[in-house]
Design a protein around this ligand. Structure first.
Ligand SMILES: [Fe+2]
Ligand SMILES: [Fe+2]
Length: 265
């Protein structure tokens, strides 16, 4: 009998409002779907910028198994106090050598072992190591030890994310895009058996600009003046993806988008 491993991925959690969505909505999703692993992008979880140890612990209390990050990983300096010790958070793998933290983890839970890799795209983001070629050897090594491989590909450009999905199709279980905070409707299992979505979307305030209070980013567009962004309040949502993986070959069998809303009052 095929043993199906179920994974829930949660898109960028933005600030307290995003964390509230996780707190209020995740228990029902867990009860309904019974995921074997829950992975979330936490790069904006602390006040919209970065991650603190307290915020990480709060998210782990909500039953998230591992946090991935992205270009905002260093925004809150507290990250430097715990990223090297923690086995619950990873940063993009294709940062230059010597950067704190690690870019992948192998996590075990129940009967399954999962490899999780965090990567960052380069288009409009920065001059990182090649996300495509940097991961080839790592995939080969992980394949020997795990039942499935998940990649959070943190990138801005849709073309770069699609290209990456095709590049690893058949070699990993799942590629989930993060960073844009806008969920795409292109979830599918590619012909080689890799589940794919261009972006998991926002976990945070609904009436917002990418999870931030509307006035400040709007004013920045209108005036080009710098100002301080605040996390949006009010109704909130949890966005993500549920993927089933055949643990015998590590390939995806189904994929389903998640977008749940929590009304604040
Ligand atoms: Fe983000
Ligand atoms: Fe980002």
């Amino acid at each position: 009998m095929i043993k199906l491993m179920k994974i829930l991925l949660i898109g960028d959690i933005v600030g307290r409002t995003g964390r509230r969505a996780v707190r209020e909505l995740l228990p029902n999703i867990i009860e309904k779907e019974k995921p074997d692993f829950i992975i979330a992008n936490g790069e904006n979880a602390a006040g919209g910028f970065g991650l603190t140890e307290g915020v990480m612990d709060e998210l782990l209390d909500y039953n998230i198994d591992l946090l991935t990050t992205g270009n905002h990983v260093w925004d809150n300096k507290d990250i430097f106090n715990f990223i090297d010790e923690s086995d619950k958070v990873i940063r993009p793998y294709n940062y230059p050598q010597g950067v704190p933290g690690v870019g992948y983890k192998v996590i075990k839970k129940g009967q399954y072992t999962l490899g999780v890799i965090n990567l960052m795209g380069r288009v409009f983001l920065g001059d990182y190591d090649c996300p495509f070629r940097s991961v080839d050897q790592l995939i080969d090594e992980l394949k020997e030890k795990v039942d499935g491989i998940v990649i959070d590909f943190h990138a801005e450009a849709t073309a770069e994310k699609e290209a990456f999905g095709w590049y690893v199709d058949g070699r990993v279980s799942l590629v989930a895009g993060t960073h844009t905070h806008v969920q795409t409707a292109d979830e599918r299992v590619l012909p080689g058996g890799t589940a794919y979505i261009t972006d998991l979307g926002l976990t945070g305030g609904i009436d917002s600009i990418l999870g931030m209070n509307i006035d400040e980013p709007l004013n920045r567009f209108l005036t080009q003046l710098p100002n301080r962004f605040k996390v949006a309040k009010g109704d909130t949502k949890l966005s993500g993806l549920i993927v089933q993986i055949n643990s015998d070959n590590g390939l995806a069998t189904s994929v389903k988008r998640v977008c749940e809303v929590y009304k604040n009052n």
